[in-house]
Design a protein around this ligand. Structure first.
Ligand code: OAD
Length: 244
């Protein structure tokens, strides 16, 4: 991959870098991207039809089981070179912030600490009614586990379609996007709001926008630099070109 001298020198001198990631970053760890076809038992459902409060009200057990299946899939995977390159960028760029739409926890596992998880984390479970977090729950296969505090149904602590994002995380992400010098959009189709608007907010405030994605997205025409390929290959090459 050829990175321009301008991009390399900008990255060497900037302290205000924001990266937004999506499911594509975890694809090389073996996790399916959000808009990939589902497999096996789940192939008859669209993720959008399972990830919503309506779906949970209609059939809580179906939704609980889908997340239990995804939680198990996440347990067996490890960060890939793209995750580690982003952790390296955090070390090199003093005020950098990583914003992720992923709920898999792989960025933290790779070492990122200045991290905003916009859509929650699949490993956390909370009560759908009183929001109390559950550390453990039974694995009764017949029904959805219940909250030990109020008896409500437990659910994953992720953001569903039609729900608001956690306010503090969203405000921090918007502030970071509006004040950064360089904004990376990595492994995201850029179609889900409000996350998708962050790159445009950064662009409107004069930040240099860099896209790394397997294919072009609605952001591509606005990006100052667009690299199309695997983030697990491009990011380590970029880190090497800029900082090694
Ligand atoms: P998507 O599945 O919509 O998009 C993943 C993007 O990653 C696609 O554009 C792929 O081309 C690209 N991609 C695939 N493999 C890649 C690789 N190895 N390297 C780089 N790019 C790759 O996932 P998101 O954009 O994350 O939200 O979806 C956003 C949100 O939609 C999710 O967080 C989820 C869903 O609604 C909620 O559940 C609230």
């Amino acid at each position: 991959m050829n990175f321009s001298f301008e991009l390399i020198s900008l990255l060497r001198r900037t302290s205000k870098l924001v990266a937004l990631t999506g499911a594509g970053v975890s694809q090389e760890s073996g996790l399916r991207t959000f808009r990939d076809a589902q497999t096996g038992l789940w192939s008859q459902y669209k993720p959008e039809e399972l990830a919503s409060p309506e779906a949970f009200r209609r059939d809580p057990k179906l939704v609980w089981d889908w997340y239990a299946w995804r939680r198990e899939a996440v347990k067996g995977v490890r960060p890939n070179p793209g995750h580690y390159a982003l952790a390296e960028i955090e070390k090199r760029v003093p005020e950098s912030i990583l914003i992720t739409q992923n709920v898999d926890g792989l960025h933290r596992m790779a070492g990122n600490q200045r991290l905003i998880e916009l859509h929650g984390n699949i490993q956390r479970v909370r009560c759908a009614d009183c929001c109390t977090y559950a550390e453990t729950w039974g694995d009764d296969t017949e029904s959805v586990p219940q909250c030990s505090a109020c008896g409500g149904l437990l659910r994953p602590d992720v953001v569903w379609f039609g729900e608001s994002l956690p306010r503090h995380q969203l405000e921090a992400a918007v502030e970071a996007a509006r004040t950064c010098e360089v904004f990376f959009s990595i492994g995201t189709s850029g179609v889900v709001q409000p996350a998708a608007s962050l790159a445009f907010a950064a662009h409107n405030r004069g930040a240099v926008v860099v896209e790394i994605n397997a294919e072009p997205t609605p952001l591509t025409p606005k990006a100052n630099y667009a690299f199309h390929g695997k983030s697990g290959e491009i990011l380590p090459e970029l880190v090497k070109a800029v900082w090694e």
